[in-house]
Design a protein around this ligand. Structure first.
Ligand code: SF4
Length: 165
């Protein structure tokens, strides 16, 4: 897995101050993608144990509410991200994990491997970025089709539970 950047403090990608990890590699190719340089999986730097330790240290900061995974496409980097989210869960069980994806919730649930990563996270922001549905007033997402989904409540109830509008 390659990554483009790690931010210790980020307020744009989820609730509160968050540590964010931008992986590279995304085949969705949304028009006007907000991070076009992260579509190429060869961009960025290889993820190593040093980066995992750095993220664990960042998330342990009292100011940090949790971890957010974005990119690129996290669900095209599952093997690299699963050990990271499990390590964060173990070290900081009270902090939450958000994950962004160009895939819809339905598409993720149909793929056991993608579902495995989903189940390790608390909030999913799903769907492609659609330029025609862009709305700058939206919180934590770019276009109106994207949803902020409470993963645990959705999986336990069987209905999509929106965490915030
Ligand atoms: S899913 Fe995200 S990273 Fe991938 S092309 Fe669309 S906006 Fe860009």
């Amino acid at each position: 897995m390659n990554y483009g950047q790690i931010r210790k403090y980020d307020i744009a990608n989820g609730n509160g101050i968050r540590t964010t990890v931008f992986v590279t590699g995304c085949t969705h190719h949304c028009f006007n993608c907000f991070n076009g340089e992260y579509q190429d999986p060869n961009n960025g730097k290889p993820w190593t144990d040093k980066e995992t330790q750095q993220v664990l240290q960042y998330v342990s900061d009292d100011n940090v509410a949790g971890l957010t995974l974005l990119g690129g496409e996290p669900f095209q980097n599952i093997d690299g991200l699963l050990p990271l989210v499990r390590a964060v869960r173990k070290a900081q069980p009270e902090k939450d994990i958000w994950v962004y994806s160009g895939y819809t919730l339905d598409a993720i649930l149909k793929d056991p491997k993608k579902k495995e990563l989903l189940e390790e996270c608390d909030i999913l922001v799903d769907g492609l970025y659609v330029e025609e549905l862009r709305d700058p007033a939206l919180r934590f997402r770019g276009s109106k089709n994207q949803r902020i989904i409470d993963i645990k409540k959705t999986l336990s109830s069987g209905d999509v539970v929106i965490a915030m509008e």
